[in-house]
Structures are given as C-alpha cells and as structure tokens.
Design a protein around this ligand. Structure first.
Ligand SMILES: [Fe+2]
Ligand SMILES: [Fe+2]
Length: 543
C-alpha cells in the first residue's frame, strides 16, 4: 500500500530548534543571532513569568519573549546547554566580530591598516579583510566562502519538525524555540540531505509505508505519530495552464505564480498548508510539478522563506536571487547560503541584468528602501515580460528616489501591470537586524530608522512612472495564516488601510485600476492585453 504525506503536515526547518532563516544559516550572522537567542533563553530561565506577562500585551508579540507560559524550564535549560555546546565555534566568532568592531573603532583612524591584521581576534583571522571607505571610515568584509563548513556551519544543528497544522493560528516563531511534544516528530535531517527532498516529494509521489519509515529512520517511539502524517489519498492535480495568455496566481502575501504556456515563475514562495478553513487559498497542491524559475526579491523572512523553499527544492529548476554586496555582515550572500543548504542551481542577478525566457525575459531592477538605510545589496525588484504582458514586481520597494525608476523605465520600458506592497511604517531597525549591531541601538534611532516601504504617494509615483493601467497591492501580511511570521499590530494595519484607501482614490482619478490582493486570486491576462476579453476568475475575499 502506498502512502502520501497529508497536505496539512507542516515541515518546519529548525536550527538549534529555532525556526530557520537566512541569518541562522550564513555563519557571520548566525554567530550573532545564536548569541541573541541564548540571551532570550537565559532571560526566560531567570524570569519566566515576566515573559508570560509581557506576551499578554498584544503589542509585545514579536518582542524577545518566549511563549511557553512561564513553563518547561528544564527543557529550556537543556536547550541552552545544548546550544552552547553545539555552537561553541559560532559563539567564539560572535565575540570576535564584536572585538574587531572595537579594535577598528579604537585604532583605525586613517593610518595604514597593515599593523592591525596581527591584532584581529583569533576566531576571525584569515576570514576578513580590513579597509577604509573614501572618507577613511574603517570596516571589514568577510571572505564568505571560507566561513562555511565545519566548525562554523555545523549541519548537526539542523533538523526538521513535522506536525499537523489544523488552522490558521500558528504561534509567532522568531522568539520561541520549538520544543519536543507528543504531536511533533523531529527528524535530524540536514537541510542539504536528499532525504528532505524525498520527504517533500511524498506530497505527490507515494511510497510504501515500511519503506518510508526505514528511509527516514523514524524511531519506534515516534512511528505512531509519524504514521498519522500519511494517508493513501492522492493529492488534487489541478490542470496545468496551457492557454496563450499569462496566468497569475496569488498564493498570499508576496507569493505570486506567473505561468505562460512555456514557463512558470514563482516569486517569493510562501505557501500555505492545506487544511479546512473559511478562507480559501492556494496551497502546495496548486503549484505545478515543476517550477522553471523561483525569484527572490530580498532576504526579509517573509520573502526568503526557507520553510517553503526547502519543500519546493526538488521541483525548482533555477533559483534566482539578488546579488549581495561584498561580504558585509548585514548583507550575506543569498547564493552561497542557499547553495550550502542544498539548492543545486542558484543564479545571482544584479540590477538591470536579464534572463531570457522562451517567450520573454526577467529583468532585475533596483529595489530602493525598506532596509533601514543599511548597506544591503541583496534586494531586487523584477520586470517580467511573458506572454505579451509586462509586469513590474516591486515587493516592498519605495520610490525614495523616483529618478531611479524613471531611468529604469527609460531603459526597460513601461509595464502593463504592477505589484507593490504599501508599508508606510515598517518595523524598527532592531527587529530584523538588532543582533548584528556591535553596540545596543539607541532607542530613538531605532524608532526612526524603520524598514518603511511605500506609502500611497510613493506608490502613485511608481505607477505613474511605469505608466501602469492596473496595480495589485500585495505583500501586506493580510492573510490570516501569517501571524507566525508577521506579528502586525492593529495600529500598523489601520495605517496601511488608510494608505490603501488614499492610493485607490488617487488612482481612480487617473484611470488606473487598483486591486488589493488577499488570500487567493487567479487571473488570466490574454496575450494581447485587452481588458474586454480578459478572463477573470476571482476567489477569496478581495474587497
Ligand atoms: Fe521587506
Ligand atoms: Fe515584506
């Protein structure tokens, strides 16, 4: 009897039992993030009830508080000890990075740097180059490929946790580690293991039960739970898009699938599991069995989502990522990190570079803003030309300098369709980058330097520049299943709603159609765009 993996089985990749993201993979960032996680564990062990009390305030969800109701101290203590033991080299690297910042601050004032190499902390020797910028401000860059491998990238810290997901509520994941439980099976699979692909392939290709249990070395004590993740029902196999036009399928947040008869492109994969819900959505079952290209816009945890990406790895042709800078701490190479966790074909793309498609091209264009004014290059918006349509996919970009996009338009041309998120007030700088700073962030600065995206005026400018006749607002965390990633506060949501309203009304005066995407949407744009003949199939609850 052959068995499939059920559509509501969550496969969560973990590092040291914390939800995996880029900054836990790239060793230079993982060093500092692991140190910060140990700080949270330590604080919980000292004041468990203070964490529980803080989380009763909804505005504190997303802060450094462990959501275990003040309980499970023995397990948290064991995790802390285990993390310290397994991450000894990484923690040494974290201390060395902080020491190097101090060394440069104290001794690098424009004079030659050669003498400082001897004073580079031992854990960083051979891994960095020191330099000045043109105003003689000192800094350093990592030789990133040399960071990977033992002992800094110890894959024994990686595992996956399997559990059923029954509804849209999923606890916020970035401040609470995953502890063992009766409903969870932890498999000690490295992310680069072909067995992880085999596991994910079970969603579509069945295998005999005995073979599965053996292949994944499921211990006897967990076999009953693991077997509950399997059934004999084949998945839905929705028909492929084989028409002339361009089909757009919105999977929620920033995840959009574009398909022409010849090619499929999935952007920022963040795929919902399949379980009964009043809110209809596309799930893993609605993706094609093979995806020609996956494009990543930037490394924020709601766009570069390892949980979804790893589950799709076995069906991705080429993974396209923006090129990172030059080994800066805050800007790790996405290509390197993804290759080192087992993605076989990762291609970097830089501003204005293109990839040819059978019926068009993909062009990376500048992505301004939303990164707290930090020097981060690994971000790209995309211009897609497919099936006679031109789509500009801007993710969380902002028109900080409209002149940039005017130049892009002059070079790349106008667009029929635009996708953009409105995020007038983003998270404070510490939210995504806090552990990387050598000194505690000044609170006022932290509040000012936020990851703000576009407001309505900025979005309008972008629509005008690209001369779009139709705009889709997306990537705004509106889907009810995203609480585990986003922790959006009501104030943030009402601000976004006001901007949506302002943008929609400004566009309607200019004859530009605006639609706010939420949950699920499918549209087929005819190859020669003609609104009258457009086939429109609307799902979900778009206003
Ligand atoms: Fe972002
Ligand atoms: Fe985002």
């Amino acid at each position: 009897m052959s068995h499939y993996l059920k559509p509501n089985v969550q496969i969560e990749p973990l590092v040291n039992q914390w939800h995996a993201h880029l900054f836990l993979i790239a060793p230079q960032a993982a060093a500092l993030f692991t140190q910060a996680q140990l700080g949270i564990l330590k604080s919980y062990l000292q004041m468990p009830m203070a964490h529980a009390a803080a989380l009763r305030d909804p505005t504190k969800v997303g802060g450094p508080f462990i959501d275990l109701k003040g309980e499970r101290l023995a397990e948290v203590r064991a995790l802390k000890a285990d993390t310290e033991r397994r991450s000894e080299a990484l923690l040494g690297l974290a201390d060395a990075i902080k020491e190097l910042f101090g060394l440069l601050g104290q001794h690098a004032h424009g004079q030659p740097l050669a003498a400082l190499y001897a004073q580079i902390p031992e854990a960083l020797k051979g891994l960095v180059e020191l330099s000045y910028d043109l105003r003689h401000k000192p800094g350093f860059r990592f030789f990133e490929p040399l960071l990977y491998g033992e002992p800094l990238q110890d894959a024994s810290r990686q595992s996956v946790a399997l559990t059923h997901i029954e509804g849209d509520h999923r606890p916020f994941i970035f401040s609470t580690p995953r502890l063992p439980g009766p409903d969870v099976v932890h498999l000690p699979l490295r992310f680069d293991s072909p067995r992880l692909d085999d596991l994910c392939r079970l969603r579509r290709q069945p295998a005999p039960l005995g073979e599965i249990l053996e292949r994944f070395e499921v211990p006897q004590s967990e076999r009953e739970t693991f077997t509950s993740f399997l059934w004999q029902r084949p998945p839905r196999r929705p028909p492929a898009h084989d028409g002339d036009g361009l089909r757009m399928r919105y999977f929620g947040h920033a995840c959009v699938l574009f398909e022409s008869a010849g090619v499929s492109i999935l952007i920022d994969p963040l795929i919902s599991y399949g379980y009964p819900s009043p809110v209809e959505r596309f799930t893993f079952e609605d993706l094609p069995p093979f995806i020609d290209y996956v494009l990543i816009t930037h490394a924020h945890h709601d766009h570069l989502v390892l949980e979804s990406l790893l589950q799709l790895r076995e069906r991705i042709g080429t993974l396209v990522v923006p090129r990172a800078g030059q080994g800066l701490l805050q800007d790790p190479s996405l290509k390197l990190a993804l290759q080192r966790i087992g993605f076989p074909r990762v291609v970097e793309i830089d501003d204005m570079e293109s990839l040819s498609l059978p019926d068009g091209f993909v062009q990376a264009i500048p992505f301004l803003g939303e990164h707290c004014d930090l020097s981060i290059r690994a971000k790209a918006a995309y211009l897609l030309r497919m099936a006679g349509q031109t789509v500009v996919v801007l993710a969380d970009s902002s028109s900080l300098s409209p002149e940039v996009y005017e130049r892009v338009r002059r070079e790349a041309g106008k667009a029929d369709l635009m996708l953009l998120g409105l995020e007038p007030i983003g998270a404070p700088m510490s939210w995504a980058y806090g552990p990387l700073f050598p000194e505690k962030l000044n609170r006022a600065l932290d509040q000012q330097r936020r990851s703000n995206g576009a407001d309505s005026a900025s979005a309008l400018r972008l629509a005008e520049i690209f001369q779009c006749k139709r705009v889709f607002l997306y990537a705004m965390g509106l889907e009810p299943w995203l609480g585990y990633l986003m922790a959006l506060h009501p104030e943030h949501q009402s601000q976004s709603a006001r901007e949506v309203e302002a943008f929609t009304s400004a566009c309607s005066q200019r004859g530009v159609a605006v639609e706010l995407l939420r949950a699920k949407k499918e549209i087929v744009f005819p190859s020669a765009f003609d609104a009258k003949h457009e086939s429109l199939i609307s799902h979900g609850r778009c206003p």
